[in-house]
Design a protein around this ligand. Structure first.
Ligand SMILES: [Mg+2]
Length: 121
């Protein structure tokens, strides 16, 4: 089974994402901010990370930059979540190492197609 780390400060969003991902046969781990996500990655690298943008402690973009200069056994794919079709946000995230982005709120089909695009579904 593929593993997905869901990183979002909203417990509701994590729950929705977990439900969708489990129907897509992913094993799901959760983190409430970028710092927790980094700790999770250092412990076990997920196949893919679903990454929120706005979070306390460590934001999505800060996490991406940290991930960029952290040595891990392998590099997880990163799909970052944005609430608006903000091209500046999307550009900044891709520049910082994100593989894809998905607009919130996302449904099962949208998320599945993004996971296929990065090669994990
Ligand atoms: Mg948030």
């Amino acid at each position: 089974m593929k593993t997905c780390l869901v990183v979002d400060d909203s417990k509701v969003i994590r729950k929705v994402a977990r439900h969708i991902l489990e129907t897509l046969d992913f094993t799901v781990e959760e983190a409430g901010d970028g710092q927790e996500a980094m700790t999770a990655c250092l412990s076990e690298v997920p196949d893919v990370i679903l990454l929120d943008w706005n979070m306390p402690v460590m934001s999505g973009i800060e996490f991406l930059r940290e991930l960029g200069h952290t040595t891990l056994p392998r590099r997880p794919k990163v799909v970052f979540c944005t609430t608006e079709n903000d091209t500046a946000h999307i550009r900044a995230a891709i520049d910082a190492g994100a593989d894809e982005y998905v607009m919130k709120p996302f449904d099962r089909d949208t998320l599945e197609s993004k996971l296929q695009l990065v090669g994990v579904a």
